[in-house]
Design a protein around this ligand. Structure first.
Ligand SMILES: *[C@@H]1O[C@H](CO)[C@@H](O)[C@H](O)[C@H]1NC(C)=O
Ligand SMILES: *[C@@H]1O[C@H](CO)[C@@H](O)[C@H](O)[C@H]1NC(C)=O
Length: 180
């Protein structure tokens, strides 16, 4: 492993309230099926999210196999066609967080912890970030109206670099609203 690394993160913002345009409502959460043990990576993504949510009194997310499949298709596309670069999430119907990392292996927990690390820049009282910081990745993690989560990771040989993407349904980061 290289002795240096880079991390970049990004989220998408939803403009439903300031643009005034009508958008299709997000698909309803999928019906519960028989409980089965989640894959280890899924459980790790879920636990890391739900810990951060519990810390601010927000209920847990549920793992969505449908969202997991969507993120899996997307990270594989980014790996195979886009050198593991960030996906363009701006036209998606789900909330999305991404983490790109180079020079280090990234576990699901590390990815989520990097998003949650932006919490220190977030000021709940006026719902903004200090200075030039961005904390939308954090507010998406703890967005109360988001109920379902699906995530996937892909590794490219360049670097090596890793791309992690999570989708949230319904989407968070609605402009002008507080996360909880
Ligand atoms: C992402 O997609 C949107 C909508 O399709 C498009 O307007 C925008 O230019 C794209 N951004 C990039 C960086 O490709
Ligand atoms: C929000 O409040 C913090 C702490 O009082 C302040 O530093 C920051 O400038 C405020 N941000 C905005 C956009 O008002």
């Amino acid at each position: 492993m290289a002795n240096f690394f880079f991390l970049l993160l990004t989220t998408c913002l939803f403009l439903t309230h300031i643009s005034g345009q009508t958008i299709a409502p997000p698909p309803p959460p999928t019906a519960a099926t028989t409980p089965a043990a989640l894959p280890a990576a899924a459980q790790e993504f879920l636990d890391a999210h739900n810990k951060a949510r519990a810390e601010v009194g927000v209920g847990p997310l549920k793992w969505s196999p449908m969202l997991a499949k969507e993120t899996s298709l997307l990270v594989r596309y980014q790996r195979n066609k886009q050198n593991c670069n960030f996906a363009n999430l701006t036209s998606g119907k789900y909330g999305g967080n991404q983490l790109w990392a180079s020079g280090m292996a990234v576990t699901p927990r590390m990815a989520v912890d990097n998003w949650v690390a932006e919490k220190k820049f977030y000021n709940y009282a006026n719902n903004s970030c200090v200075g030039d910081h961005k904390c939308g990745v954090y507010t998406q993690v703890v967005w109360k109206e988001s109920l379902e989560l699906g995530c996937a990771q892909a590794t490219c040989s360049n670097g090596p670099s890793t791309l992690t993407i999570c989708f949230y349904n319904p989407p968070g980061n609605v402009i002008g609203e507080k996360p909880y």
